[in-house]
Design a protein around this ligand. Structure first.
Ligand SMILES: [Zn+2]
Ligand SMILES: [Zn+2]
Ligand SMILES: [Zn+2]
Length: 357
């Protein structure tokens, strides 16, 4: 993610903002240009100050703007939903305030996910357009009857991603994190993990060479998924730290892929922000120079993954220590061992072929 500013007054604004705090200009995100723009009202539509298209387009807010869950813009003549909201199938019950609030947290995370997908240049197709190969989201809730065509659990099946709306509630999520004995559980983490399964189907499953390379690093995905998960829940791999980014990743090659993919997105998203902020670490003392770093690369466009990690790892040390100073859990509670770095590098090489300019 990048930092954005209001084109009307220069104030720094956030990705989710709908108004500038300083000059009150309306704000909206232009998905084709990946920028937040100040808006000016013209004839029942909006003119976007950041719009580089010629002639300037007439913009409208996505239909979900009325529910305070989306600030993305749509163009005249297309869908009334933005590219992120167009992916929704079932949404929570808007008659219940808690569910509306949970939905907002889900949408904020989902929009950040879609931003990354667009930055990566990956195909993003709604199931409404392509029922077989497209992507779609169901937000279900245990308090409501789960629709007949939806899954009752968070997960992925053939492009249909299901997220339990309770994940949008921080108290419920923390309880689940403790129950599952996880060091990290976030809404965006779920989205990044589940979409990883979708892109495995899209990018790896059908490509013989890619699948062979995948199996060398992640293992043979043909082993029974049901048996593997059962074995994992009965007796988790005690040595998972040696080769996996999380204990769950050690359950089956598909889960290893989804967990590692999610980490890849954590890394490029946070590093893009650190780079845009121009963050640098200049610790005093000659024995601390391994921490010195000036973050200045665009992880979505940089070829060498070692460079990305060389800038990222010192940052995680810094932010983890800042968090500890505030009594908060580590921002990045993971160790990137060599086997995990290799798997991340594989994902990076694969994705660079989509973002090549
Ligand atoms: Zn402003
Ligand atoms: Zn939208
Ligand atoms: Zn999974």
């Amino acid at each position: 993610m990048k930092i954005f500013s209001c084109q009307q007054c220069g104030q720094t604004v956030l990705f989710e903002n709908t108004h500038c705090e300083q000059c009150s200009s309306s704000l909206g995100f232009l998905p084709d240009q990946l920028v937040i723009s100040a808006l000016k009202s013209v004839d029942n539509a909006w003119y976007a100050m950041a719009d580089k298209s010629i002639p300037a387009k007439r913009w409208y807010y996505c239909e979900n703007h009325q529910h305070q869950v989306c600030n993305w813009m749509v163009e005249e003549g297309g869908s009334t939903f933005c590219v992120a909201c167009e992916l929704n199938r079932h949404i929570p019950n808007l008659g219940k305030i808690e569910e509306r609030q949970a939905w907002q947290q889900l949408e904020f995370a989902k929009h950040r996910l879609v931003y990354s997908i667009l930055r990566l240049g990956l195909p993003l197709i709604s199931k409404k357009a392509e029922p077989e190969d497209g992507l779609s989201f169901d937000f279900i809730s245990e308090n409501n009857q789960v629709p007949e065509d939806a899954s009752a659990m968070t997960g992925h099946a053939s492009g249909q991603v299901t997220i339990n709306a309770a994940e949008g509630n921080s108290v419920d999520r923390e309880q689940m994190r403790e129950d599952m004995n996880e060091s990290y559980r976030t809404v965006i983490g779920h989205f990044r993990h589940e979409i990883g399964h979708y892109y495995w189907d899209q990018l790896i499953a059908e490509d013989e060479q890619c699948l062979a390379d995948f199996r060398v690093l992640f293992g043979d995905d043909r082993e029974s998924y049901a048996d593997a998960l059962e074995a994992h829940y009965n007796a988790p791999n005690p040595d998972w730290q040696q080769s996996f980014v999380s204990v769950y990743a050690s359950s089956h090659p598909w889960e290893d892929w989804a967990e590692t993919w999610a980490h890849y997105l954590h890394i490029v998203d946070t590093l893009e922000m650190a780079s845009d902020l121009g963050l640098s670490l200049q610790p005093m003392g000659s024995n601390r120079q391994t921490l010195a770093v000036m973050v200045n690369i665009d992880p979505f466009r940089h070829d060498n993954f070692d460079d990305i990690l060389a800038q990222y790892v010192p940052l995680t040390f810094a932010v983890n220590n800042l968090n500890r100073g505030m009594g908060q859990p580590d921002l990045y509670p993971f160790v990137l061992v060599p086997a995990v770095r290799e798997k991340l590098a594989f994902i990076h090489r694969l994705l660079r072929s989509y973002t090549a300019e």
